[in-house]
Design a protein. Structure first.
Length: 102
């Protein structure tokens, strides 16, 4: 897992054609907006989160965010334990996001 600033996260993602963007916030948080093309899997689903994440391609580079950066760091740690090699946590999360929103 790597913690990246928004600038590094965006720059790295821009040049990555093997990427998944993962939003681990709650449904209510996602309703306020999300980063374009993000896949949503709520980390609060517990075992359900693990089941859904296990369906993803582990060879992909996964860019993970939540509201402030804490849950996404947890998600990255869980995913690394599940065999994902490259996970990137967005420092500051969506609350500090200044990029595009859908």
């Amino acid at each position: 897992m790597a913690d990246l600033t928004q600038e590094d996260w965006v720059n790295q993602l821009k040049n990555d054609d093997n990427a998944i963007i993962l939003d681990v916030r709650t449904e209510d948080e996602v309703a306020e907006g999300k980063i374009p093309n993000a896949l949503h899997i709520d980390i609060y689903k517990g075992q359900g989160f693990i089941y859904e994440v296990e369906e993803l391609d582990k060879s992909k580079n996964v860019y993970v965010y939540c509201k402030a950066g804490g849950r996404s760091a947890q998600a990255c740690a869980i995913m690394n334990q599940l065999g994902f090699e490259n996970t990137y946590n967005l420092i500051g999360g969506f609350s500090e996001w200044t990029g595009e929103v859908e």
